[in-house]
Write a protein that binds this ligand. Sequence first.
Ligand SMILES: *[C@@H]1O[C@H](CO)[C@@H](O)[C@H](O)[C@H]1NC(C)=O
Ligand SMILES: *[C@@H]1O[C@H](CO)[C@@H](O)[C@H](O)[C@H]1NC(C)=O
Ligand SMILES: *[C@@H]1O[C@H](CO)[C@@H](O)[C@H](O)[C@H]1NC(C)=O
Ligand SMILES: *[C@@H]1O[C@H](CO)[C@@H](O)[C@H](O)[C@H]1NC(C)=O
Ligand SMILES: *[C@@H]1O[C@H](CO)[C@@H](O)[C@H](O)[C@H]1NC(C)=O
Ligand SMILES: *[C@@H]1O[C@H](CO)[C@@H](O)[C@H](O)[C@H]1NC(C)=O
Ligand SMILES: *[C@@H]1O[C@H](CO)[C@@H](O)[C@H](O)[C@H]1NC(C)=O
Length: 915
Amino acid sequence: MGNDDIHREGEGFIALFGFLTVLFSQQTYAQQLPQGPDQAPFPNSYYPFASLVNITSVPQGYNITSPPKYPSPWMDGSGDWGWAYKKAEEFVSKLTIPEKVNLTTGGGWQSDSCVGQTGSIPRLGFRSLCLQDSPLGVRDTDYNSVFPAGGTVAASFDRNIWWQRGHAMGSEFRDKGADAQLGPVVGPLGRSPEDRRMWEGFSPDPWLTGQAGAQTIYGMQSAGVMATLKHFILNEQEHFRQLGEAHQFGYNITEVLSSNVDDTTMHELYLWPFADAVRAGVASVMCSYQRVNNSAACQNSYTLNYLLKGELGFQGFVMSDWQAQKSGVSSALAGMDMAMPGDTLFATGNAFYGTNSTIAILNGTLPQWRLDDMAMRIMAAYYYVGRDKHQVPINFNSWTTDTDGYIHLISKTGYGKVNDHVDVRGNHGKLIRDFAARSTVLLKNTNNTLPLKACDEKFTAVFGSDAGNNPDGPNGCSDRGCDQGTLGEGWGSGTANYPYLITPLDAISNKVHDEGNGIIQGITNDTATSQISALASQASVAIVFVNSDSGEGYISVDGNEGDRNNLTLWHSGEDLIKTVAAQNNRTIVVIHSGGPVLVDTFKDHPNVTAIVWAGMPGQESGNSIVDVLYGKVNPGAKLPFTMGSERQEYTTDILYQPNNGELSPQDNFGEGKFIDYRGFDRYNKTPEYEFGYGLSYTTFEYSNLQVDCHQIAQYYPTNRKSKKAPTIGRKPGTAEDYLYPTENFDRVQLYIYPYLNSTDLKASAGNADYGEKSEDWLPPLSQDGSPYELPPAGGSPGGNAQLWDVAYTVTAQVKNTGQVEGDEVAQLYVSLGGPLDPPRVLRGFDRLTLAPGETKTFTANLTRRDVSNWDPASQNWIISDHQKTIYVGASSRKLPLHQEFSTSNIGGGGDDSSN
Ligand SMILES: *[C@@H]1O[C@H](CO)[C@@H](O)[C@H](O)[C@H]1NC(C)=O
Ligand SMILES: *[C@@H]1O[C@H](CO)[C@@H](O)[C@H](O)[C@H]1NC(C)=O
Ligand SMILES: *[C@@H]1O[C@H](CO)[C@@H](O)[C@H](O)[C@H]1NC(C)=O
Ligand SMILES: *[C@@H]1O[C@H](CO)[C@@H](O)[C@H](O)[C@H]1NC(C)=O
Ligand SMILES: *[C@@H]1O[C@H](CO)[C@@H](O)[C@H](O)[C@H]1NC(C)=O
Ligand SMILES: *[C@@H]1O[C@H](CO)[C@@H](O)[C@H](O)[C@H]1NC(C)=O
Ligand SMILES: *[C@@H]1O[C@H](CO)[C@@H](O)[C@H](O)[C@H]1NC(C)=O
């Protein structure tokens, strides 16, 4: 790495001129500037974050930064990682420097079978690690399943579904020979409703996302594969995340987007689900493309060293998103452990790690303890999920679904059998059908339009391209980069090839034929207006399928560069609904989308008697919706986001145009904590359908809220030092030891190796800036392996263990007051009471199945963390003095039960808190 890296390096430490931490004190609203010998406050770039909660925009030219944090914490086996640490230590202690380097770098784009694949250690019979997309199924192969998207199953509010889905997906990855599944996604959280990746993740509510993420990880890792939690952090839009992509779309920026956020919002919103995932033992975390507070996310010592590895005590490894790495030694020192896919840019044959890492060890810029820690984290994660017991040979190839192909496509070598077409689907089709049906949200149902009875219905008509096939086939568009036919998943790398796709029209036709003698006809041409009117007027019931698609930023579909341009329906869905509803007074609307859509034009139409949100349901789409429409499954899901009546009601939006000249666009998260329902509630906006909303074919009643408090001990900030950084195994040798092997070595062109071309380090690095000004840019403490201070909120995986002390048990009675069995997701919200707190935040839920007339007890535990606020001054969680209230009910706005409670039981006070 050289000068070039300096400019890309965490401005946190190089830009001493502009360094500041923005601290915001909950109690006083005062801003504080950090004190420190080398940290001169720079008034010109200072921005008063206190007013950010008041939705104001940050003036142009202000550079928001966060402080440099070094050294990079070394893993120590804390939490339940002790045994994995021991096994890793045993393995890593045998390794040479190039062998360790091999573990930390991919071989380059298209160098091997998987989308990412590390080097191997042939001497010990250790094969390279295979990392494979996507969060909803095995990407780029065949005989795999397509599961409902994360943002769809979030609506189930069902921990069992999340675990089972994780486990089933993990089994498919395992049986294809993959070591890591690149998922789940908890970032983006879903700051803006147009954000494309909302469907890949779970929900803009961090508590719900944390629960869904943790269960998914438990499920995946129980199948014996490593989960990879994406994308760390603040990757809240597609626009400007990558330079090449931005240039391709005509934006002349010189650096990628910077997402800028204050410390409190970081903790109470965006970091929250990552903490749950780390606590659940996630094996790896992928750092994202964009910058965070003006420092590259994969080279950001504040987010990687301090937040993730320090405060959250993360024990696994950090891998880069594909081409998100911007430097070598700087990235390693800032906490990035594995380079993916390994080359600087795709197929260049050059690498920031690889040869450069070996050189950096020899020239002393990369301390051995850091390389050892990188290798330890990778191997501990490998053992932690049982890869040593579950690994099977890689039996597919990402670059072809043919049987034969190149093993190393990068160099067009190794032609032969690359795909065994192993069918890994098991019974997953059945599960998928069930998961999607139980994630379907009933938004409107007047006059008991639903459920339908196939045997009684004389004439069923189905409308919309979203009900039918993609004429080019279910996988007809590369990475599903089009919106043709029914929408079962979005587009981009977060998808997988369909084994089949059951369309709604097919499934409804089958249902009608199987169970009755009715007429069933469909029109999948959205613009055949006169035919649509004619058919709608004949039918006894009309079902209209509409959608809204989104996907990853490297593909633009109909002018949507990943993120959606608006929240309206695609293919003029509103017009289609209007045309049908004008003719038919039992019009049912089914929406497929990855996030909110605007429903105001048809929601209150008297002839639209039912509306259903079915998300992105995966391969069994038609069967799942039939199960709901015809009542086999009584809908019990709830909206995992808010549907407003216009986009301006949301406090956030995508930054669609660069706002900083031709420099790095600056996206200031000025709305603070107030995204989605937190914003609607704070600013008294009435949504069309609120977060947590969803109907059933039966009805429920809530009663008898009870809050039982538990005495829990005083909170002790973690106040200890780590051990000294261990070095593991042999001392580094000399350059001669690490030259390219001359015998028995079949070098693959453009492949990334750990070896040197010559003993001249500069020549081997092939970098004009080699050795330049290195002393100036190595950040203070970055090479220091002596014990470091653990952050006060840290101490074990997920954070300070006392944060999970259970302080309250909340119960309420839920009764099924209708005629049929049904599920109700009882929800618990808490008001933390402060003037800068959202009116209510989700802090508990449970999905109960109730027979008609049956009453069950809803129970939820509240932890210390659940009733705490982040305090930037003490860098810890605190319990404020503000009056707190618990609410229980059926949605974020239907909360029939509430009770104020005291926090005197926490930290040794009295116990009369359940007043
Ligand atoms: C050490 O090696 C790294 C990797 O090639 C290089 O970036 C750096 O400039 C070198 N530093 C010195 C002091 O030679
Ligand atoms: C070492 O890293 C530099 C960038 O810092 C890159 O230009 C060079 O190609 C790399 N060397 C090798 C051998 O990959
Ligand atoms: C912000 O950064 C830009 C680019 O580095 C620089 O030109 C500008 O002077 C900085 N602004 C402030 C207020 O520091
Ligand atoms: C935001 O702050 C300005 C100026 O301090 C004030 O006039 C305005 O009412 C505030 N807006 C809201 C929504 O609180
Ligand atoms: C590094 O990995 C490559 C690719 O798998 C392999 O050819 C090479 O032998 C490995 N090097 C060492 C030192 O194990
Ligand atoms: C970007 O730069 C190119 C070449 O200089 C120019 O043709 C184009 O108009 C510019 N685009 C924008 C959006 O400024
Ligand atoms: C419901 O049914 C009643 C009687 O059949 C009818 O008068 C009314 O218009 C219907 N309401 C709606 C919203 O369709």
